[in-house]
Design a protein around this ligand. Structure first.
Ligand code: URA
Length: 304
């Protein structure tokens, strides 16, 4: 039983998928043993620790919506307020840290959030815009923006929260400890990192690795949305609450969002725990495995 669950190995490295078999299909075919183990693991967890597990999720998972507004509500408020972005620093929005972009007009912010400013950008142009972005103060504090990485034609998109120290240094998402776990999660469903696309909601590392503020999310989310528009993945996996909340525009808990297939602009979206959370709460890996199985099933159901 899955070792990383402390019950015995959970993320089992597999041989590469046979070349005549689609990756997702081979993953499903390979799944039963682990699926049975995972179910047993879940039952074991549930029997002993279900209540604590759920409480742990609620306690540890961040709520970026500290003042109970969603990103879209927040953005709508800013747009309705009809004030230049720079003025937000002198207003009630101050804590939302929309940035030092004093020359950023409201119109520009509005266009960016409605997709108008980025709607025609291709991959290189989008990456350039992220590189040059100064819409929030994170850019001034990080080494470099971490745009995203992987196959630009990938059918899988995995979305995390924000770069950490190693990602900031190496300019690649998920290369630190949680990235190594993510690699194993991918391998468990028959995927290599190079076969998927990895991106974060936030492109610049928040100092001290704090969770991003809602205003930072509102400022950065349009880049991720354009990435999704360009990539057109078959399935999105939201890793953790920041990704799930930002894309689904909800403040619901991960616990309540798991287990069903959501919709992001017509693309199926599955929610699971962030690998960093799984490192802190290894017993939850059984549930994360269930989520990955759901994601594989969802991919299987996608045509093309
Ligand atoms: N956590 C994330 O959400 N993204 C990364 O790229 C690294 C850690």
């Amino acid at each position: 039983m899955l070792r990383e669950l402390n019950l015995y190995p959970v993320w089992v490295r597999r041989d590469p998928a046979p070349s005549d078999q689609p990756v997702a299909e081979s993953a499903v075919n390979a799944a039963p043993v682990d699926a049975v183990e995972a179910v047993e693991a879940v039952e074991a967890v549930e029997a002993v620790e279900a209540v604590e597990a759920v409480e742990a999720v609620e306690a540890v998972e961040p709520s970026f919506v500290s003042d109970a507004v969603t990103v879209s509500q927040y953005a709508a408020e800013i747009i309705e307020a009809q004030v230049p972005v720079a003025d937000l620093f002198a207003s009630d929005f101050q804590s939302a840290t929309l940035g030092d972009a004093a020359d950023n007009s409201l119109r520009e912010f509005q266009l960016k959030n409605s997709g108008g400013l980025l709607g025609a950008t291709d991959w290189p142009e989008l990456q350039q815009k992220v590189q040059e972005c100064a819409d929030c103060k994170l850019r001034a504090e990080c080494t470099q923006p971490v745009f995203g990485t992987g196959d630009l034609h990938a059918r899988w998109l995995f979305v995390g929260e924000a770069p950490g120290a190693e990602e900031d240094e190496r300019c690649e998402p998920f290369v630190g400890a949680s990235g190594r776990l993510l690699d194993n999660m991918l391998l468990a469903i028959g995927l290599q990192r190079s076969e998927v696309y990895l991106a974060n909601v936030i492109k610049c590392r928040p100092t001290d690795d704090r969770h991003p503020h809602v205003g930072e999310i509102a400022a950065c989310l349009p880049y991720l949305k354009r990435q999704i528009g360009l990539l057109q993945p078959a399935v999105i996996v939201a890793l953790g609450k920041t990704a799930a909340s930002a894309l689904l525009e909800t403040d619901a808990t991960i616990a309540s969002l798991r287990g069903s297939v959501h919709d992001y602009k017509g693309i199926p979206l599955v929610v699971t725990y962030h690998p960093a959370y799984l490192l802190r709460s290894p017993l939850e890996k059984a549930r994360a495995w269930q989520d990955l199985c759901l994601a594989v099933q969802t991919m299987e159901g996608c045509s093309g």
